[in-house]
Ligand binder design. Sequence first.
Ligand code: BG6
Length: 452
Amino acid sequence: MLGGQALQGSRIIAAARRELDADGFRHMAEAALRNHAGPGKLDPDQLAVFLAMLDYVRIDAEGEGGWASLCDRLEGSERMRAFYLSVAPQLFGPISERLATSGCRTPDTRLVVEKPLGRDLESAQALNRQLATLFEERQIYRIDHYLGKETVQNLMALRFANALFEPIWNARHVDHVQITVAERVGVGGRGAYYDRNGAIRDMMQNHLLQLLCLIAMEPPAHFEPDAVRDEKLKVLRSLKPLDGLGDVVRGQYRGINGEAGYCEDAENPGSRTESFVAIKAEIANWRWNGAPFYLRTGKRLRARMSEIAVVFKDAPHSIFPESAGGTRPNVLAIRLQPDEGITLRLTIKEPGPGGMRLCEAPLDMTFAETMGAEGLSMPDAYERLVMDVIRGDQTLFMRGDEVEAAWRWIDPIIAAAEAAPERPQSYDSYSSGPEDALMLMHRDGRRWRAVA
Ligand code: BG6
């Protein structure tokens, strides 16, 4: 369970509108934990220690009610305070204001917020401005839970702790990069939220662009929050603005075998919201000019799979006879989920006496196998990020200017999509997405890796 020693003497105070007391909240939390862990999986002593940390205060986010008693509960705690706002984004401002005026905020208070951080550049700027009047940037933790995923952090280790990759990590050697975040689930019970946002706002503006940054950024001088975030920001600012939808494909899933399609799930029959988007992005700088980044994400696709694939250029010349079969470009695939791991695709000689015949073989590393039990018990992304809030480490959190730079690139894409006369292209549920997404690659003589 939660980080042992580090949390000793800590308290978790839930504050919400619901009529509840501390015992009622503890019961809720216990039931949720049992349900999550499965029968017999919780250590009763640890559980008791954890539940004893919990408290509850009834609070009115927009009114006066409850704030004084929240402050009373915090009284005497000289230690760091973290406020995690798990609320609708329009309440970020009012709640921050109350935290400041009611006296709950101390110099070592940390504020945690999560997307949607605005719905365009203007609203993101307004939110940043508002938070900046109440908190210093060093106190604001903007979560992108993809940055908390173990393999995503490993990406930085892979790039910056191994001398092997850096010399070939550029457009001279890399043909292109593919980033796929495919989900099997549809929009389910989140139809109303999703229909207002769509895949571009929900996934592309944040998770996929953050992954792109980690692949594309220059080595930071230190593994230290602002050094890392400065480099990510430079990448976002180097993205070539897209003109129209020529490099963008939007899709919407249709139901198969009697199952509901997107519009039924979203309860909006004529919805034009995309549940899939693919974009060819280009980074205008010395390292990446000429090596595009193809990004795609969607719901109700064939499999749940998140992967970054760095596809290298083919061998410049083949010394083997045609009968050997051609060489295939090397691919470094970083699998974020499921089966977290890293694979390097190589061309080797087919084993056996049949002469020189070439074939593909993977050099494979899965965390579960390589790290044994530790690989299997990797912390959940949120677990890791909450611990970082407590430790005061902002490296894996987005800075305000990063969020704005991402919106600055995304805004014209959304504007073009909203102005487009055509609807997103339909694709079958559990397929690999709309036809046009395949074309986005084919027309460049490339192909997507399988969603599997
Ligand atoms: C969230 C999106 O940020 O990420 C969801 O709002 C999406 O629509 C989810 O399903 C995917 O996260 P994960 O960790 O399951 O890949």
